[in-house]
Ligand binder design. Structure first.
Ligand code: SF4
Length: 636
């Protein structure tokens, strides 16, 4: 039976809301398939506003892959702003997809991609608007399977009660595998109902179904164990790793937004994974090992993406783009190819070295030399050793001096506050560093027309990193240090006016910390917040710390216990049954090394130090050089 579009009902509401265009769909390269041509149908959600969600690569890639699959259909849905939410509730309009404006509840799967935990309340809004029961136990045979992915899904325990399933790691292959399991189950006449479908998914070991695992607690609140409650469900669920990125050159048809979005460019992911070993970086740890896309595929994807989309900006994405083994050839090849055209290139790299500036120079051939960003992350040498960010003060000063003397006028420096073992002087060290940067820049250029901006965020310990056991700094400490740094920067007569300062207060980090390392008991807090009106928690104008604290108190949850408490080695962590490939003993050892200032090298260039990923996952580091060239082009 075809499912009707709800657009005629939505249309009447659009004149009354902000930015109505974000709800109308019809973007270049969007896909609307005939409902009956598919037997498996996915609604893909990015749980934030359209302007943030549309450029998300994960959703865009799965959208294309699933729509290319015969008998499969995928549409997108985003979080609606509170103004439209109120009207939809008043008029009984359900959560819809922007492609064909079909009700989300009609789909087989609602796949939600979480880059951050602060999107959890938006998922509840979407479920509620869709008419899908919030709790997985209350869902019936006609409700979609609610499936989470993305980096936050590496600890989905705080939202376990709301999820039917979660997937860890790269989505390309597993989304197809899940589709085939659903197709087969439907073709067989849905034997055993929803429960059997979830069982079939869980048995594979590649899909986590929270309801098939029971959590037992000690009297003091720590977890005693997490164990499967069905015989055929594996004890641990593993992440997925795509080993040959060249086989998956997506997006091939980039979505071109109709409304304004945070990025309006064509992005090519040039590699996945990072082995630099920054201890605070969850993305680096959970996406190991490094797998590079070849130079020929990058060249072909850029060419094709521009032709398909008409974008005039190309971004080369990864966790540390200057680290691609053939980046110099990629940069030169692309800069040559697009010199004199209106296509601009960007490389979001924050590496602190002269090579990064060479690359930035290549990429700015078509544009102005405005700003360069470097990320020393820690304000003192000691702090940088703790986090394994091997950048000396000398490296930084030399690098920024080169940048200023080559015509760059603005340098941005990224730092974190609240890192493990941090003292006040580590944060105040940032002021000294920034002053030295300006001093060196003035000397190198003979000009006072240079600027440096210090950007600093609160550190949140994340699962599957060496800091997963660390006590998070309380927000009072973070705020005190951030203010002391502000005073030290602003109070300086000689350099203060040349240094910009951007920071956020420490309270949102505490909520993020609660959600990142929480267990199933945090679900009640999320629900309380949502029932109290919590929406768009990633937006400072919508976020309310007081609402979260009141919700925690109502749920009987001690926020400090989850955030500022340091864990012991043998404490069962809520995500221990979810396998990111990293060896727990190695993570612990690295945490101990951090405290004593020990460093680890990048295993891309040095021998393996046994973090566990490659042997556990059957994967390996894949880097060039391939010796191939960007040109001539191959066809994707
Ligand atoms: S197993 Fe070895 S080679 Fe593989 S990511 Fe870990 S340290 Fe690097």
């Amino acid at each position: 039976m075809p499912v009707e579009s709800i657009f005629h009902r939505l249309e009447a509401l659009l004149p009354k809301v902000q930015k109505p265009i974000q709800y109308v769909g019809g973007e270049l390269n969007s896909t609307v398939k005939d409902w009956d041509s598919a037997d498996v149908r996915w609604a893909l959600m990015y749980p934030d506003a359209y302007e943030v969600g549309l450029p998300n690569q994960g959703v865009a890639i799965l959208y294309e892959i699933l729509n290319e699959l015969p008998g499969t259909l995928a549409e997108r849905t985003y979080a609606v702003w509170p103004d439209l939410e109120a009207l939809m509730r008043a008029e009984g309009v359900p959560q819809f997809t922007v492609d064909a404006h079909r009700p989300v509840r009609a789909f087989d799967v609602l796949g939600v991609s979480f880059s951050t935990e602060l999107g959890y309340t938006n998922m509840l809004t979407a479920l509620d608007l869709a008419g899908i029961p919030l709790l997985a136990v209350d869902r019936g045979e006609d409700d979609p399977i609610v499936l989470a992915g993305g980096h936050a899904a590496f600890n989905p325990e705080p939202i376990a009660d709301f999820l039917d399933a979660a997937v860890l790691g790269d989505g390309e292959q597993i989304s197809i595998a899940i589709t085939e399991v659903i197709r087969e189950w439907k073709a067989e006449g849905r034997p055993g109902g929803r429960d059997e479908l979830l069982m079939r998914l869980a048995e594979s070991g590649g899909v986590y179904v929270p309801k098939f695992y029971d959590v037992e607690y000690h009297d003091d609140g720590r977890i005693k164990r997490v164990a499967p409650n069905r015989p055929d469900v594996p004890w641990r669920v593993h992440k997925h790793t795509v080993m040959d990125l060249d086989e998956w050159p997506y997006p091939k048809k980039p979505l071109v937004p109709l409304a304004e979005t945070v990025h309006e460019r064509f992005s090519v992911e040039i590699f996945r994974g990072c082995t630099r070993g920054c201890r605070f970086c969850q993305a680096g740890m959970i996406t190991r090992p490094v797998r590079e896309r070849s130079i020929t595929t990058i060249g072909a994807m850029v060419d094709n993406g521009i032709k398909q989309s008409g974008f005039n900006e190309v971004g080369l994405l990864s966790l540390s783009s200057a680290d691609h083994s053939e980046i110099a050839d990629v940069a030169k090849g692309l800069a040559d190819r697009y010199e004199g055209t209106n296509t601009s290139l960007s490389l979001p790299s924050t590496r602190v070295d002269a090579f990064n500036i060479d690359l930035a120079n290549e990429f700015s051939r078509n544009g102005r030399r405005s700003g360069l960003t470097f990320a020393p992350e820690g304000g003192s040498e000691r702090m940088r050793k703790v986090i394994n960010k091997m950048v000396t003060e000398e490296d930084l000063i030399r690098t920024v001096t080169t940048a200023y003397s080559q015509g760059w006028r603005q340098v941005k420096l990224y730092f974190m506050c609240g890192l493990p073992t941090e003292q006040d002087e580590d944060v105040l060290g940032i002021a000294d560093l920034a002053k030295k940067v300006i001093k060196a820049g003035r000397e190198a250029t003979g000009s006072r027309d240079i600027r440096c901006t210090v950007s600093i965020g609160g550190f949140v310990p994340k699962p599957h990193t060496p800091f997963q056991w660390a006590g998070q700094a309380d927000h009072e400490t973070v705020d005190r240090r951030l203010k002391a740094l502000r005073d030290a920067l602003r109070g300086d007569k000689e350099y203060g006016r040349a240094i910009g300062y951007r920071y956020h207060d420490g309270k949102p980090s505490i909520v993020e910390g609660l959600l990142s390392r929480g267990d199933r008991r945090i679900g009640a807090v999320i629900r309380n917040v949502w029932e109290d009106g919590g929406r768009f928690d990633g937006w400072s104008e919508h976020f309310s710390y007081e609402r979260w604290m009141a919700a925690a108190e109502k749920a009987g949850v001690d926020v400090d216990w989850y955030t500022t408490r340091e864990r012991e080695e043998n404490e069962v962590l809520p995500w221990d049954h979810l396998d990111a490939g990293l060896d727990r003993e190695w993570l612990w050892q690295d945490w101990q090394e951090a405290v004593s200032g020990g460093e680890v090298e990048d295993c891309r260039w040095t021998p393996c130090y046994d973090c566990g990923v490659c042997p556990t996952m059957g994967t390996e580091i894949q880097i060039g050089p391939t010796g191939r060239k960007l040109l001539p082009l191959t066809v994707v």
